[in-house]
Design a binder for this molecule. Structure first.
Ligand code: PLP
Length: 406
């Protein structure tokens, strides 16, 4: 007899044994007091006020008055849900306007919404492989799980190039016949290390070897470029990237995902991608909020400047305190712990003793041995928040005898 429950329990026990069992923090963010939140220990009703240091709402747009008001107006006007798939009664005027706004953001002819960034990667990459016969997908080794799933789903040949290694990528491209379809799939800002891909050089290679480019800008849209069009906009290469993919759930502070590309590509993905076709369209309330956020950030370069200043400030404070900040050229500030059990202990300690919330980042999100804290300072994290964080980290590093940098 198969003991089904035992199989599931054993699977969880294995995760626990490695010290990477995931515990979700039960929190309620406090609108108007970002980055503060109420924390419910053990999911009970009593709460403690904490400071959130690990949110992907990088600019606090999830609480921006333009966004919140747009959502309130939308729910009053059209109600809660879309009421159907995009093809069957679910395309609202909000969807049409947001797709236009996103196409404009990236300087592309068209854009297409999905229910999340994950779904946009999974659905698009798997569809590309079906549309381009006999194609080879060249995937950066640190690509996000959603890209990996999409590539797997397309069942094309896949080659993995070493992270951001142009020579390795060129070796692979040069070995393939010029006329064989090739897709280079990569990200701009890699969200766990905070490094940035050399976009212009990758575009040069793509042009030299006649390859198609697919770029995940999830951690860059809203944050980089004069209008928040991402690293491709910052580097002036948006027109050299075939498909730009982004999320509405991180810097834009709401929910949803999208791709932007020329009209023929968008029309094809719209017509073939199962993950786009067979699912209820995003709620118009979410879409209205995302539209307000995208439009607001197009004209808010000062918010992006403060964001970068805050990240640089935190990196320098941590470095001065001898804490092991990992090198990062972006707004992401990783601090290395190097062990999953210690990593969880540090974050428990920060929450219990200092009311500071940072989620531990363990395998498989990052390679084993590089477990870390991933700090995400926003324009709303003040110097005082940073000093409190430093004091707490210093205390935790001493209490747990963790390694410092000389
Ligand atoms: C978070 C993330 C996604 C998925 O986006 P969601 O909108 O959260 O589903 C895709 N790619 C990368 C690199 C991400 O970090």
């Amino acid at each position: 007899m198969v003991n089904y429950n035992q199989a599931f329990e054993a699977a969880v026990a294995a995760v626990r044994a490695e010290g990477r069992y995931r515990v979700f923090a039960d929190i309620e963010r406090i609108k108007g007091s970002f980055p503060k939140a109420h924390y419910h220990p053990e999911g009970g009703e009593e709460t403690r006020e904490i400071t959130v240091w690990c949110s992907n709402d990088y600019l606090g747009m999830g609480q921006h008055p333009n966004v919140v008001n747009a959502m309130r107006e939308a729910v009053d006007k059209v109600g809660a849900g879309a009421g159907g798939t995009r093809n069957i009664a679910g395309t609202t005027h909000f969807h049409v306007r947001l797709e236009r706004s996103l196409a404009d953001l990236h300087g592309k002819e068209s854009a297409l919404l999905f229910t999340s960034g994950y779904v946009s990667n999974e659905a698009t990459l798997s569809t590309i492989a079906r549309i381009l016969p006999d194609c080879v997908i060249l995937s950066d080794e640190l690509n996000h799980a959603s890209m990996i799933e999409g590539i797997r789903g397309g069942r094309s040949v896949k080659r993995i190039w070493r992270h951001n290694d142009l020579e390795h990528l060129e070796d692979m491209l040069s070995e393939l016949p010029l006329e064989r379809p090739k897709v280079i799939a990569f990200e701009s800002v890699y969200s766990m290390d905070g490094d940035i891909a050399p976009l212009p050089e990758i575009c040069d290679l793509a042009e030299k070897y006649n390859a198609f480019t697919y770029l995940d800008e999830v951690h860059a849209v809203g944050l980089y470029g004069p209008r928040g069009g991402g690293i491709a906009e910052r580097d002036g290469v948006s027109d050299r990237i075939d498909i730009i993919e982004g999320t509405l759930g991180k810097a834009f502070g709401v929910m949803g995902g999208y791709i932007a590309a020329n009209a023929a590509i968008i029309d094809a993905i719209r017509s073939y991608a199962s993950g786009f076709i067979f699912t209820t369209a995003l709620s118009p309330v979410l879409v209205a909020g995302a539209l307000a956020s995208v439009e607001t950030l197009k004209v808010s370069p000062q918010l992006r400047e403060v964001h970068q200043e805050r990240a640089a400030r935190l990196k320098s404070l941590l470095t001065d305190a001898g804490l092991p900040v990992m090198p990062s050229v972006s707004h992401i500030v990783p601090v290395k712990v190097g062990d999953p059990v210690q990593c969880k202990k540090v974050t428990d300690y920060l929450l219990q003793c200092h009311n500071i919330y940072v989620q531990p980042i363990n395998y498989p999100t990052v390679p084993k041995g590089t477990e870390r804290l991933r700090l995400t300072p926003t324009p709303l994290h003040t110097d005082d928040h940073m000093f409190a964080l430093l004091e707490a980290l210093d205390d935790a590093w001493t209490a747990l005898s963790l390694q410092r940098v000389a």
